[in-house]
Design a protein around this ligand. Sequence first.
Ligand SMILES: Nc1nc2c(ncn2[C@@H]2O[C@H](COP(=O)(O)OP(=O)(O)O)[C@@H](O)[C@H]2O)c(=O)[nH]1
Ligand SMILES: [Mg+2]
Length: 297
Amino acid sequence: MDNLPFLCGYVALIGKPNTGKSTLMNALVGEKLSITAKRPQTTRHQILGIKTTTEYQCIFVDTPGIHQSQKKAINRYMNRAATSMLTDVDLICVLLDVRSFNGDDELVLKKVENMDNVLLVLNKIDQINKQQLLPLMQRLAILMPNLEIIPVSALKEENLDRLMSQIQQRLPEGIPHFPDDQLTDKPMRFIVAEIVREKLFRVLTQELPYSITVNVENYKTESDLVRISASIWVERKSQKGIIIGKGGSLLKKIGSEARADIERLVDQKVYLQLWVKVREDWSDDERSLAAFGYSND
Ligand SMILES: Nc1nc2c(ncn2[C@@H]2O[C@H](COP(=O)(O)OP(=O)(O)O)[C@@H](O)[C@H]2O)c(=O)[nH]1
Ligand SMILES: [Mg+2]
């Protein structure tokens, strides 16, 4: 065993929005790094999730979803980002949602049809029974005859061992690119902002969340706790009121749910202070965002 070469490679998770890419990455890495939500396109940035064992280091690349509508600039940008990285990775896992296989998925499959380093991951099998699964597996086998198809449930963590061993078999030899305790390429400030953003997505039901930005102003590790303060930037005063809620109740809920997630992640007590601010002069804020840089920590 000891003489086996170490394996290290990049594995892209692609698929249309909502197929469970972020959920799967979190499940495989064992930590909540990438936010997930019922709404499509919650993942705005590309994020790495790193899983290191004694045998391999697998670097997952979670991407914003690929989808057909190219009308909006932001969608075009996300499509480009998701597509351009395909040639840089060692393996591509295409995620498909058993309940919603359609033309958008075929578009994604088209992108990888001439590549040989591809696995098909049929996700959300907890949502259907075996009789329903079989015809879909057969249809995919005809469509993509050379590809291994692995049915899983990212949410219920079913069949992930089999998926992981299929991935491992396809990783190239190589020395680890990251220290073995590093879970992501993003600094904690970034992850914290994402966690707060996820909570906002969950509690706010209207279009509002898309215009929200979260900025972590302070992140300080002290001997017995981590002290964090963050601002939630909105565009209008009325939105500020909605987020704060009656007597501050909603903001409190967002804060305590986010704190629980962050505590689990950093394995330490967390003191989280949240502010809601109206973004009246966006250009100034952008400057300050750049100043924070999302890059140190
Ligand atoms: N039932 C079920 N739901 C899942 C599964 N995987 C993901 N989901 C849900 O599908 C939604 C979208 O997941 P997400 O990971 O954000 O999708 P992404 O857009 O591809 O990153 C979320 O509500 C997840 O909880 C699964 O295996 N089973
Ligand atoms: Mg996602």
